[in-house]
Design a protein around this ligand. Structure first.
Ligand code: UDX
Length: 445
């Protein structure tokens, strides 16, 4: 099939590349000329395992086309994906200006029936607004007779596993009341819908809410566990034992119950806030979601709490080695990363940071350029040199079995503050290191 994707960011590029890889022809449209030029040269703007190879292969095979010309994009496919960003407004609600601008562009150039697919995470009711925008623009352009469908088809990609998630989705949500659109979407996704039926068709608003409900449920699981870890600390329990104990119940399960220094990324913080705003706007107070957000915000300071407990005289002039800048492993993304809250709090208190991350060094450089109290180090060992203590913010595989002897020798104070519970406390303590991790010790000792 011929498909157009507007917005070649993270979601748009992965979706376009995977559809092309399955044999569809995909036209990618973006207003950012430098990005489109770079893609034509095979330069991928994001780090995502497996993506560069399929972009290159399908571009060379002619199944992926890159352009900044919206008219070319609109003419290309009957299916028109909108995958542009929906950044949070000042008040936390999703800003729809880019989505609606694409809707207008499609209406301006369309000459035949189009199926417009909302792929971006958008508040409930957006498909209706997209439809209104298209209709109004068609009327203005004397094209009122042209017909179109608007479909909600949210993505559920995890950064670091996006290509695989897109190729082997758990479910494909299609929100539409048009049988023509449903059939087209079924044909589009047929290559990803073998062995068992993953397609769930529903009304548009339910599809839109499904996306938010899924992310909010996952964020809730994490904040719930973080709250339990705070209780465990006060009650003298070990949250890791509790985690194993509850996860064994199939109704609870082991996924997304890892306590830590808080969730980050481009989705959970934004989507929880946006749903709180949506609820507010219709006169409903989303009490659980507000608490999920509040618990997470506090959790990002947990490591600082441990540090203040340990360094009773303050950290002015101290240097902290920090392992892990990205919000999670296998990505260079630092949006809403706990590392940022922790580093900024340390700087505020007069401390320095020697940071290392396997992927996010350039991103850290971009965000904190010229920051006096940050040194970006080439390896995790280099970060330890001249450091007083070690902080761990991301559970990269490469951090899981370090040489504790070396850590002990390098640090001026033998202490690790671990925001991801990577080690067994007994193992670390055997090396003469103090060890603070989430929900496993009492601060009253
Ligand atoms: C998430 C959803 O998983 C995905 O379905 C959706 O489309 C986009 O948002 P992503 O943001 O890539 O994906 O990251 P994810 O792997 O879900 O992790 C989110 C955050 O939660 C990370 O900061 C991670 O460290 C944290 N987390 C995750 C925990 O603290 N504990 C857990 O048990 C799981």
């Amino acid at each position: 099939m011929k498909v157009t994707v507007f917005g070649i960011g993270y979601v748009g590029l992965v979706q376009a590349a995977v559809l092309a890889d399955a044999g569809h022809s995909v036209c990618c449209v973006d207003i950012d000329e430098s990005k489109i030029d770079a893609l034509k040269q095979g330069v991928i703007p994001i780090f995502e395992p497996g993506l560069a190879a399929i972009v290159k292969e399908n571009y060379q095979a002619g199944r992926l086309v890159f352009t900044t010309d919206p008219e070319q994009g609109v003419d290309f496919g009957e299916l028109q994906f909108i995958a542009v960003g929906t950044p949070p407004d000042e008040d936390g609600s999703a800003d729809l200006q880019y989505v609606l601008a694409v809707a207008e562009t499609i209406a301006l150039h369309m000459k035949s029936h189009k199926i417009i697919i909302d792929k971006s995470t958008v508040p409930v009711g957006t498909a209706d607004r997209v439809a209104e925008k298209i209709k109004a623009t068609l009327i203005q352009g004397n094209k009122a007779a042209l017909e179109f469908d608007v479909v909600s088809n949210p993505e559920f990609l995890k950064e670091g596993a996006a290509v695989n998630d897109c190729k082997k989705p758990d479910r494909i949500i299609i929100g539409t009341d048009s049988s023509h659109a449903e059939n087209a979407m079924r044909e589009l996704y047929a290559p990803f819908n073998r062995n068992r039926d993953r397609i769930i068709v529903m009304d548009v608003r339910s599809a839109e809410l499904t996306k938010y409900a899924a992310n909010c449920m996952l964020a809730t699981k994490i904040s719930f566990m973080n709250e339990m870890s705070n209780l465990a600390e006060k009650l003298g329990a070990d949250i890791e034992m509790v985690r194993q104990g509850i996860g064994a119940d199939e109704r609870i399960g082991y996924h997304f119950i890892y306590p830590g220094c808080g969730y980050g990324g481009s989705c959970f913080p934004k989507d929880v806030q946006a749903l709180v705003r949506t609820a507010n706007s219709i006169g409903y107070e989303a009490q659980i979601l507000k608490s999920v957000e509040a618990v997470n915000a506090a959790q990002k300071y947990k490591i600082i709490e441990y540090i203040n407990h340990y360094f009773k005289d303050g950290v002015q002039g101290k240097t902290f080695a920090l392992w892990g800048l990205a919000f999670k492993p296998n990505t260079d993304d630092m949006r809403e990363a706990p590392s940022r809250v922790i580093m900024e709090a340390l700087w505020e208190m007069g401390a320095r940071v020697h940071a290392f991350d396997p992927e996010a060094m350039e991103e850290a450089q971009r965000i904190y350029q010229g920051r006096e109290h940050l040194s970006l180090m080439g390896t995790k060992e280099a970060a330890l040199k001249q450091a007083d203590a070690l902080i761990i913010c991301t559970e990269w595989q490469n951090f899981r079995a370090p040489d504790f002897e070396v850590i002990k020798q390098q640090l001026k104070y033998p202490v690790i503050f671990d925001g991801r519970n990577l080690y067994q406390p007994k193992t670390v303590e055997k090396y003469g290191l103090d060890y603070f991790s989430i929900g496993r010790q009492s601060l009253n000792r």
